[in-house]
Design a protein around this ligand. Structure first.
Ligand code: SF4
Length: 506
């Protein structure tokens, strides 16, 4: 895992990280702006080389410390495999910090996008769990910790105004630059909802792009909850503001432009804006633009109850039509959305899930390109549904398994359809053919595993849960099963599932 998925950024490094997650760079900038200058950002591998007797405060950012994010929860529910690797890594980091604390006296403050998980259970080696945005309150708490003052166990940071947000001063990972913060749509299950919505002015965006360019990064990854919210007024897309932003990015020397999120109603409202964004960025030629977009549900009843403003400026009743039209517009602009779905609200019925299946099937039958991920709804502690129970396999509607089967079958077809453009750049034809064959067989095998989930209503997951992946024996055993399935063409001895869906058009 260390070598494949989490190699050190700078194995020989003994000090500051060359690049860091954007949010961490913002925290660093907010400390510097308040006169706390002896700040260093390091990756976890270098922690013990940097922490010493002069260290007064150790801050850490966590994305998914206990493995409770929707994707981690879904995969551990289905495949078990022992504790989620995110949680294993966080536990290892905790051991390292505990060992350092035995030698030196410093306060530990934890924050970051996944910090809500620690609001349920604060590890004893963390003095302060800091929730929310950093700029207004975090530097003050660090100043108090530097004076040796008592720190409260949990603090909710107040949202800063635009003037209180300083630009980053050191490079972010992958050229990340924030263009909007917060989202006004107010979905009940979302942790973004409490944040105030703001558009970052171009002067600050340009300043941050220059920081990254000076470090050799000319690609730009836009951080936003909806790229079409840039400059929006009352949730209405401002065509000139968005297209102007993309023109400015190109004029500033951005090579590839990516973004994390876009919303289907804003796409449907402004197809011309999306088309021009694609033309400026060159997505129809480059392909591979796959932002995460919330499809959430095909059930208008669930939609109205948990996310009524999400469809604006259209009506909740039009949600399925909004998704279909938006996908067509996105595809024309060279964008293949990764649609996520929130499944498993306590009052969600098989009829609700059947309506989601119908929407997904409609999208497939029209030959539209999209990746489809039904995820369990998580009661994030900063969302309005925080009182809900954590999802469990046994409590999911039975139709969930049909939805999962339909979606993964199509995802595997999409992956195979993208294969020629992925391996086409490889020089050796032998390597090209070998990788193409392996990916082909692998996707067919994954397809069969999900078909087996569908047929058994998830009971086949018990078999995978018996493997502990957090160790050499479990890893070898799971690889053996995978290879066995690929070679023999069936998972764990069950028959291969039927083929019942059409392929994407290209
Ligand atoms: S539209 Fe997306 S980001 Fe905005 S509140 Fe809803 S789920 Fe959250």
């Amino acid at each position: 895992m260390d070598h494949l998925f989490a190699p050190p950024l700078d194995p020989e490094g003994v000090g500051p990280a060359a690049v860091a997650p954007y949010a961490l760079r913002k925290v660093e900038a907010s400390l510097l702006a308040r006169g706390i200058e002896d700040v260093v950002v390091v990756d976890p591998q270098n922690l013990s080389r940097v922490v010493g007797p002069d260290t007064k405060v150790l801050g850490l950012t966590a994305h998914d410390p206990l493995g409770l994010s929707p994707v981690s929860t879904k995969l551990t529910m289905l495949f078990g495999g022992g504790p989620c690797w995110n949680a294993v890594y966080f536990e290892e980091l905790g051991q390292q910090i505990r060992a350092l604390r035995r030698r030196h006296r410093f306060a530990v403050i934890a924050g970051g996008p996944g910090i809500w998980q620690m609001s349920y259970e604060r590890p004893p080696w963390v003095d302060l769990v800091y929730m929310g945005e950093a700029e207004r309150d975090f530097p003050r708490l660090v100043q108090e910790a530097l004076r040796g003052a008592f720190l409260p166990p949990v603090v909710q940071g107040r949202p800063p105004t635009l003037e209180e947000i300083p630009p980053i001063v050191h490079p972010s990972r992958m050229g990340e630059v924030q263009i909007t913060r917060g989202c006004p749509r107010g979905c009940e299950f979302c942790s973004i909802t409490p944040e105030r919505y703001r558009t970052v002015p171009w002067s600050q965006i340009e300043q941050e792009i220059r920081v990254n360019q000076r470090a050799g990064e000319f690609n730009v990854e836009l951080i936003t909850d909806d790229v079409l919210l840039y400059g929006a007024q009352k949730l209405r897309t401002q065509h000139k503001a968005v297209v102007g932003l993309f023109e400015n990015l190109k004029a500033a020397g951005a090579r590839q432009i990516g973004f994390a999120h876009i919303s289907a109603p804003a796409v449907r409202e402004s197809p011309e804006t999306v088309r021009q964004m694609g033309d400026i960025a060159g997505w129809p030629q480059s392909r591979g633009m796959t932002p995460v977009v919330g499809l959430e549900t095909g059930s208008v009843r669930i939609f109205k109850k948990y996310m009524p403003a999400k469809a604006y400026p259209f009506k909740p009743l039009e949600w399925p039509q909004t998704i279909l039209e938006a996908t067509e517009i996105l595809n024309d602009a060279g964008i293949d959305p990764c649609y996520t779905m929130t499944i498993g609200f306590p009052d969600e019925t098989d009829e609700d899930v059947q309506q989601t299946i119908a929407l997904v099937q409609d999208l497939i039958d029209r030959g539209l390109r999209a990746f489809l991920f039904p995820l369990p709804v998580i009661p994030i502690s900063t969302s309005r549904i925080r009182g809900n129970p954590m999802p469990q396999l046994e409590r999911l509607p039975l139709k969930y398994w049909d939805l999962l089967g339909v979606c993964w079958h199509y995802d595997m077809r999409m992956a195979r359809a993208l294969l020629p453009s992925l391996v086409g750049r490889m020089k050796s034809s032998l390597a090209r053919q070998t990788i193409a064959l392996f990916v082909e067989r692998l996707t067919e095998h994954v397809d069969r595993v999900f078909e087996e989930f569908r047929q058994t209503h998830g009971r086949s997951a018990d078999r995978y849960r018996s493997i502990n992946l957090a160790g050499a024996w479990g890893t070898l055993r799971s690889l053996g099963w995978l290879l066995w399935g690929i070679v023999n063409g069936r998972p764990g001895g069950s028959p291969a599932g039927p083929r019942y869906l059409t392929a994407p058009t290209s």
